[in-house]
Each structure stands twice: as C-alpha cells, then as structure tokens.
Design a protein around this ligand. Structure first.
Ligand code: 13P
Ligand code: ZN
Length: 281
C-alpha cells in the first residue's frame, strides 16, 4: 500500500494509528473513539493554508459546559465512523472542531465529509481533556476509547473494584507498575454516550489516565498516539495474562508487594505518579 499522506499533519499521524488499533482487534466497526487536543495556532495555520475556502459552521451546544476548553481545537472521530476506514476515508472518519462561546458550544472547522457528528462519547472526551490537561499541566492531549477483548473479559470475572483490578494487573508483569503507576479506575456499567458516564468518569480521571468502563472497554489519556498505544497494549497484555491464569485455575503465586515497592523506587523517575495501593490490604 502507498505511504499514507495528508495535508493536516495530525490526520497524517492519527489515521495510521486508528488503522493499527483496528488491526489489534481493539476497535471493531464503529467501536471506540479518539480525540486529540491540537495546538491552536498550528492548526489554524494549517487550515488557512490548505483549506482557505472553509467557512466556520454553526455553533452546536455542548452536553456539558467546559469553560476551561474555550478556544481549543480537537481532531475527533465521527459518531458511527469505523477505525478500519481511517486511511481510505480520513476526511469522513475525522473532523476538527473548535470549542467556542466560553465552552458552551462547538463548531466544526473541517472534516466529517459525510455529515457525521463528533463521537457519541464526546461529552466524556471533553470532560477528560479538561481534567487531564489540568492534572498533567498540559502534557496529555490524546484520548482513546477502545473495546479491548481481554480487558473487557476481566470485568466479567473480577470484582468491579479499582484496587483489585490494578493489583491483579501489576502482579502479572514487572513493567506494569512502571507504565501505569496511577492504576486503573473502575466505572460501573452505564449507558454509553450519556452525560451520566461522563460525570462518573470525571472523578476517576482526577486520579488516573486509565478508566475501565465495565463490560464496555478502556478509556485512556496520554500525550501522543505512540504513548497512548504503549499504555493500552501493556494493559491489554497484562489483562490477557491474568485471564489465562484465571482460566488455568487462578494464580498460585504473584509478584509480591515487596517487589512492586522496589520497582516503584527503582523506576520512580520514569513514572507519571506515585502508586497508591502498595499496601497488602
Ligand atoms: P461512536 O461511534 O459514537 O464513537 O460510538 C462508539 C462507541 O464505542 C461508544 O461507546
Ligand atoms: Zn464504546
């Protein structure tokens, strides 16, 4: 296949990333969604250079006001769009929206060529961007929601408890505590695409980049496509190991609290947070 290219550098990077997520079995059909908080000046420059004819569209009210995001631009997947189509139809799969009117509305600035709206989970994406922008001092810019098979399977096998799930995953590979020291926060099953799921996720997102939407999937924040991919593939691998161990009759031993504590000390300089849950409760 010819090398993928696109006049918008962010689409050039995001489209192959979405295709890879589909290949991994993480985002079937329209399952899952993606958004990227874009540097405003850069995207305004790109749009005026490559799409000078585009006129701003009408403002659409937001489900939840996000005054902290006023003026921000987001590259976001359209509701009903397939990750598998990102390379063939990037202008249809993606849109760029700007948050306007003091964070009470958004305006489509580019894309959604078939008339799609932003993902049905846009409310949670925006809540997450607002919180994670604040918590990470602006470092985190990407949100990915995927329907990970092994990770979802665990929500049918294990207690719906943040500490229990986090410990089960940390105890499967030494890298886990280093890569997600902030753990996985569990949100109960709620109707997808609602303000309720956004509100329930908000509290969890103050403490962690990673949420489990029980029986539904993962919702993750990071800096770049590369970093979000690394985080998700590590969690999905640990979930797969854990599920295999459960299928074989359950763990006979685990990576101990002592080793986890030593890992947290040795690799503390690489970790985004100090881990909770390092006691033996
Ligand atoms: P969208 O197609 O609206 O993004 O919905 C997919 C999904 O996974 C909802 O949780
Ligand atoms: Zn989903």
């Amino acid at each position: 296949m010819a090398v993928f290219t696109h006049p918008i550098s962010f689409v050039k990077e995001a489209a192959p990333f979405l295709h890879l997520c589909w290949k991994m079995g993480w985002n079937e059909a329209n399952g899952g969604n993606f958004s990227w908080r874009l540097p405003a000046q850069e995207i305004e420059g790109i749009l005026s250079r490559h799409y000078p004819e585009l006129a701003p569209q009408a403002a659409v009210p937001m489900p939840i006001d996000e005054p902290e995001l006023d003026g921000e631009y987001f590259l976001v997947t359209g509701s009903g769009q397939f990750f598998r189509h990102a390379l063939e139809h990037p202008n249809q799969v993606f849109g760029i929206v700007q948050i306007v009117e003091q964070g009470t509305a958004y305006r489509v600035a580019w894309g959604f060529s078939s008339g799609a709206k932003p993902t049905s989970e846009f409310a949670t994406h925006l809540v997450a961007h607002a919180i994670r922008k604040r918590v990470s001092n602006g470092r985190e810019r990407i949100i990915l929601h995927s329907h990970l098979p092994e990770f979802i399977a665990l929500s049918f096998l294990e207690p719906l408890d943040s500490r229990a799930l986090t410990r089960a995953l940390w105890e499967k590979m030494p890298e886990c505590i280093v890569i997600f020291p902030d753990g996985v926060r569990v949100v109960p099953l709620l109707l997808p695409g609602t303000v309720e799921i956004a509100e329930a996720s908000a509290e969890a997102l103050k403490h962690s980049r990673v949420i489990s939407w029980s029986h539904h999937g993962i919702f993750v924040s990071e800096e770049s496509p590369n970093k979000v991919f690394a985080l998700v593939e590590t969690i999905e691998k640990a979930a797969a190991i854990h599920r295999k161990v459960l299928s074989a009759g359950g763990p006979k031993r685990r990576i101990s609290t002592e080793i986890l504590t030593e890992l947290a000390e040795k690799f503390g300089h690489m970790m985004v947070a100090k881990p909770d849950w390092l006691d033996d409760a």
